[in-house]
Design a protein around this ligand. Sequence first.
Ligand SMILES: *[C@@H]1O[C@H](CO)[C@@H](O)[C@H](O)[C@H]1NC(C)=O
Ligand SMILES: *[C@@H]1O[C@H](CO)[C@@H](O)[C@H](O)[C@H]1NC(C)=O
Length: 128
Amino acid sequence: MVSVKVFVASLAPYAAIFAVAAPTTTTGELEERAALKAQASIYMCSGTRWTGTCRNVLVNIDECVKVPNGWNNRIRSIRNDSKAVYRCTWYTDSSCNGRAYKNQEDANLSDGDGHFDRSITTYSCQRK
Ligand SMILES: *[C@@H]1O[C@H](CO)[C@@H](O)[C@H](O)[C@H]1NC(C)=O
Ligand SMILES: *[C@@H]1O[C@H](CO)[C@@H](O)[C@H](O)[C@H]1NC(C)=O
């Protein structure tokens, strides 16, 4: 009996450590799971100023994603609708190579240097 009490007493400090550590781990795991499911909402149009054919796509976070079928080198206006949380980069080439552009909302991709007008092929979005 005495030896059991000593054993339990010697574990008590560890139990206290685990009690503190466990919630931290759980929160971290939950955040990780949420991050795995996280998607940014991207709105794109075949015309400038949100005209022509438009569509929304959900883009997984932290992945290089191709524009939808039929949209390669077609987009003339693009924006992300997940403004508060994610930042996306638009690329002219496959596999997120080529020129990169981070303007999160561009109603007219042909103004400025125009390099991205009808040129976006892939994009990737990250948590800010
Ligand atoms: C969307 O745009 C806002 C404003 O520029 C930016 O802060 C945010 O990071 C962008 N989100 C995505 C998904 O790119
Ligand atoms: C888009 O930008 C180009 C180049 O500056 C310009 O010629 C065109 O009129 C603009 N389109 C719209 C709809 O604003």
